[in-house]
Design a protein around this ligand. Structure first.
Ligand SMILES: C[S@@+](CC[C@H](N)C(=O)[O-])C[C@H]1O[C@@H](n2cnc3c(N)ncnc32)[C@H](O)[C@@H]1O
Length: 211
């Protein structure tokens, strides 16, 4: 999986769907303190907005091509307890083998906030479409499933917003190099979530604090 992500690095750095969004605005607004960790940094968009908000930011990602500060998975974060004021992770947890374990790791290395944004579960058709689109997809979770994971990680959710995220459907397929023969089936599964060439996603954006 790491090699696949390294090959995609430039596409994710340049992607409009990743460069902007309500989640990035909220992360910048919610950030506090002096230091931040961007988990699964990809194209580095969270690190960029946290730095603009005045934080010193370290990044991790298992794909060397994403040029993180440290090559590491979210499930085993190589930092001591309470190392950062803000730990943030955006549009990546649906690729994790163990998102609940990763959230516990994020809680462990934070001494303040854990900020999460990810696409929410849209039903089994949505999951089938996501796996066909990109075989590195593991699962999207509902708002309630996320709240259970926050509770298990001993994190208190202080704020939640649902973003109606619209992304270019063709660009979404091209970034993941989805095989042509799967594209019609994906379109069928997503049905009326595709409007005027845009794919409509629900994105959950959570602000949580270490207990
Ligand atoms: C969609 S991209 C990143 C999005 C980025 N956070 C942003 O805001 O644009 C998903 C990233 O998750 C990383 N990733 C995949 N599995 C991971 C894991 N187990 N732990 C941490 N990062 C992982 C990939 O290498 C990739 O860079």
């Amino acid at each position: 999986m790491t090699d696949v992500w390294s090959q995609r690095a430039e596409a994710y750095r340049d992607s409009d769907a990743h460069r902007e969004g309500r989640d990035l605005e909220l992360f910048a607004e919610w950030a506090e303190g002096e230091t931040g960790l961007d988990v699964a940094t990809g194209g580095g968009h969270v690190a960029r907005v946290l730095r603009a908000a005045g934080l010193e930011v370290v990044t991790i990602d298992p794909a060397p091509g994403m040029k993180p500060t440290v090559v590491s998975r979210a499930e085993e974060i190589p930092f001591a307890d309470s190392s950062f004021d803000v730990v943030a992770c955006r549009v990546a947890a649906h690729h994790f083998q163990d998102p609940a374990g990763a959230l516990k790791e994020m809680a462990r290395v934070s001494r303040g906030l854990v900020l999460i944004a990810d696409n929410l579960y849209l039903g089994e058709d949505g999951e089938e479409a996501d796996v066909l689109h990109d075989p590195t997809h593991v699962r999207n979770y509902s708002e309630d499933e996320w709240r259970e994971m926050f509770e298990s990680a001993e994190l208190d959710v202080e704020a939640f917003e649902r973003e109606d995220k619209r992304i270019d459907f063709q660009g979404w397929l091209d970034r993941a190099e989805t095989p042509d023969e799967d594209r019609a089936r994906i379109e069928e599964l997503l049905g009326d979530r595709i409007e005027d060439g845009k794919l409509r996603l629900d994105r959950g954006i959570f602000k949580a604090r270490v207990r």
